[in-house]
Design a protein around this ligand. Structure first.
Ligand code: GDP
Length: 475
């Protein structure tokens, strides 16, 4: 046992079974070693091979990271536009793009891709990355240096850019095999040529390009599992396929002290003492202002049918119970406060049939998705993390916000089906097959036969998602 700087005893498995390394300054990022005090321990054990590959990635980063000699050399090539011989240091640049849940999933995807291709991942800080996440790697920063020569182009890069891989394939302009950089457009609107990224022969071309600049809003990991040359490595890294995001997420994403303050104060005040903690994540993609009656009906139908919450007795004022009453703390997250208020009032106005005591809590109601306010994504991240600390989780279809919570928490959520035509679906929800996020825009292409194929039916561990019939997820 170590003594942490705050006088809290940190148990021996603060390194999460070897996923994390010792030697960070604890004070600058309290969540790194304290998370284990609040969350349940990891639900699975990382493989020894994953641990050894993470350690060798950290060594690679030390050798090739920002401002090392090999880094400076490849930057020179980037500026001059000429590549002279192969470099033993190659890079993936992740562009900060889309909502926070999406970004967390794409960072994990880009990191896994970097691990598989022996590249160094460098992270565009966007407007808020440094407010949200601690540095995940010891000694060397994962942040893209501010003087990186292509940064000013990031916002203009799209499918039609001259440096876009798919665009070059389309125009047959990929003649020069010594490109210093290639832009990979992996955003949901990408086309058939961009999707060839997921083919082996394209991967062997990309192997020779020192800088890959990537823009994506999708968790593309499931399709990496369908690339034959990555197959064996992935099997060794993740003997249990559904743990990919769980491990990479706990390895990479450590809330900053500001976010951690929000997480721990809320947890201690409202959740810690309950016998059971239940998370309900509400994300409504309908246009118009909620709250909507059909969404409320659906939340109640799901949580009551699945015995996550007890029914109420509208006939009685008080229900006597022998023995100890169980307390359940329900953490709700939503942009609007309407659902939370109705459910809280319900459990105030009537007793539960079981005598259980139900507390309903919602940290914020930001009303709409915002990009300007510093505190907005700080709260969003704290809420995702708090949801991951619950025992049972209900999430909304299509929402990456919920995927992050379930993955970090190692939870198989009950997924609320997406309502159609303003009616509550029946059944209202379904238990997920695995804790993995869903890839919303996967390719449907057989790289060898060069024909369309159902990529959700090729191997048993890559299936279509519960909440999106064309999506892919690991199970
Ligand atoms: P997705 O759109 O549900 O896939 O999730 P994203 O996280 O990518 O984008 C939604 C954004 O809206 C978040 O980053 C937040 O800024 C905001 N948001 C959505 N739901 C909530 C919520 O329950 N709480 C808070 N604080 N913010 C939310």
């Amino acid at each position: 046992e170590d003594d942490s700087p705050h006088g809290v005893k940190v148990p021996g498995d603060k390194l999460l079974g070897g996923l994390l390394t010792n030697g960070f300054d604890e004070r600058s990022c309290l969540s790194r070693y304290q998370s284990v005090l609040y969350s349940k321990a990891l639900t699975h054990n990382p493989s020894p091979y994953l641990i050894s590959r993470l350690r060798s990635y950290e060594a690679l980063l030390k050798r090739c990271g920002p401002h090392t000699e090999p880094y400076n050399k490849t930057i020179e090539q980037l500026v001059s536009g000429k590549q002279t011989g192969t470099s033993d240091c190659n890079y993936v640049v992740w562009i900060s793009f889309s909502g926070l849940g999406n970004r967390i999933l794409t960072l994990a995807s880009a990191f896994l891709y970097s691990l598989l291709t022996n590249r160094v991942l460098l992270v565009d800080r966007g407007v808020d990355i440094t407010d949200l996440f601690c540095e995940p790697f010891p000694d060397v920063s994962w942040l893209l240096p501010t003087d990186f020569p292509l940064t000013s182009q990031f916002s203009h890069l799209d499918q039609k850019s001259v440096h876009s891989y798919g665009n070059m394939l389309k125009n047959n302009s990929l003649v020069d095999s010594t490109l210093p950089f290639v832009y990979l457009h992996l955003v949901h609107d990408y086309g058939d040529h961009d999707k060839l990224f997921f083919c082996d022969q394209d991967q062997s071309f990309l192997d020779r390009v020192p800088w890959l600049v990537m823009k994506t809003d999708n968790y593309f990991v499931p399709s990496l599992f369908l690339i034959p040359s990555f197959e064996e490595e992935l099997r060794n890294l993740f003997p249990e396929k559904q743990t990919v995001f769980h491990f990479l997420g706990r390895y990479l994403f450590h809330p900053t002290n500001q976010v951690w303050g929000l997480v721990t104060r809320y947890y201690q005040a409202y959740l810690a003492k309950a016998d059971e903690k239940i998370g309900i994540q509400i994300r409504v993609f309908d246009t118009g202002v909620g709250p909507f009656q059909h969404v409320l009906d659906q939340i109640l139908a799901c949580t009551l049918n699945e015995n996550l919450l007890p029914k109420i007795n509208r006939q009685a004022h008080i229900i006597g119970t022998a023995g100890k009453q169980k307390s359940k703390a329900v953490l709700m997250t939503s942009l609007s406060s309407g659902y939370f208020e109705r459910i809280r009032d319900m459990y105030w106005e009537y007793p539960t049939t079981t005598g259980d005591i139900i507390g309903i809590y919602q940290p914020s109601h930001e009303e709409y998705q915002q990009t300007e306010k510093q505190m907005h994504n700080v709260k969003a991240w704290a809420e995702m993390y708090l949801l991951s600390m619950t025992d049972k989780l209900v999430t909304s279809s299509w929402s990456t916000f919920g995927y992050v919570a379930q993955g970090l928490g190692g939870l198989k959520p009950w997924i609320l089906y997406k309502p159609e035509n303003s009616t509550a679906p029946d059944p209202p929800c379904q238990r997920a097959m695995s804790m993995e996020p869903c890839f919303h825009a996967p390719p449907f292409f057989d790289c060898k036969k060069k024909i369309g194929v159902d990529t959700g039916a090729l191997v048993p561990h890559v299936r279509h998602c519960e909440d999106m019939s064309w999506g892919l997820k690991l199970v």
